[in-house]
Design a protein. Sequence first.
Length: 358
Amino acid sequence: MKPFPRAEISSKALQNNLARLREIAPGSKVMAVVKANGYGHGLLNVAHCLDSADGFGLARPEEALALREGGVKSKLILLEGFFSQIDLTTLIEHDIDTVVHNEVQLELLESSILAKPATVWLKIDSGMHRLGFTPELFDAVYARLEACPQVAKPINLMSHFACADEPDNPSTKIQINLFNDLIKDLPGQRSLANSAGTLYWPESQADWIRPGIALYGVSPVIGDLGANHGLMPAMELVSQLIAVRDHKAGEPVGYGSSWYAKEDTKLGVVAIGYGDGYPRNAPEGTPVWVNGRRVPIVGRVSMDMLTVDLGINATDLIGDNAVLWGKALPVEEVAEHIGTIAYELVTKLTPRVAVCLD
């Protein structure tokens, strides 16, 4: 018997999406971003499915080590870099590239004795104003890294977009121009484009693209769908009906009695809730896919269950599947109903949800 709730992960979709992104950026290598447990799809699952990627981007040292321990030999890049001398030594031992984005990291490199030089990606703050050295500091920082024997040469160069998921926002073009002006005569690999950059700003693709959400078949732009770019949703979140009950007009359902039926109907109870990572704030009307149709959530989402209005003529049965998002019900659409982004939905699933790779 299959577990429920479960996130069914399609290896075919993941591989399709990698191939499609290569078509979109034919001159770039692909740094597949698999942080946050492969965007909720399973870190090792995704890495092994995408073993033809040119490298993997991670946020934390623990994620990179989990890949090495899982047999992944590809290039790994720590997008937040290292946080201590121990981290730095571990990265060298396991052949992991590191981003350098602050003075503390720079000083640690300069003062360390390492078994071999570190492969570094110098991060420039071109307008995100989160991580990275400002343009005013760039020349001095670059010179220090060039002079540091603990740093492999040439130095790689990176920045990150603030508004690339807004295709009409001029700030992305400003960031591209600033980055290119700073690094135009320098050697080393360059990387600017995240998913939105890859899909909407081809001039940003450079030597490496860093797709995250697009690898999983999801568009980074609100109002858009991954399918519009030839991408396939890699996750289908599935549970089951554990109750089907007649419900009379005027009767409420759920905590707080926040919803009352306007007419006689049938309600279905689905075995998933905020304890599984499905948002508690999902409003009335958020769709769920049951037996080939959309049915609306009614009442409040509780810890282990949510309720849907199946309709008076429903023939659904206990044990029937309920799809919270997937091919028939895009996660982008569900996110819009809830008032969040698809990134949050796929990454916040809890360990109670079984992740099953096909």
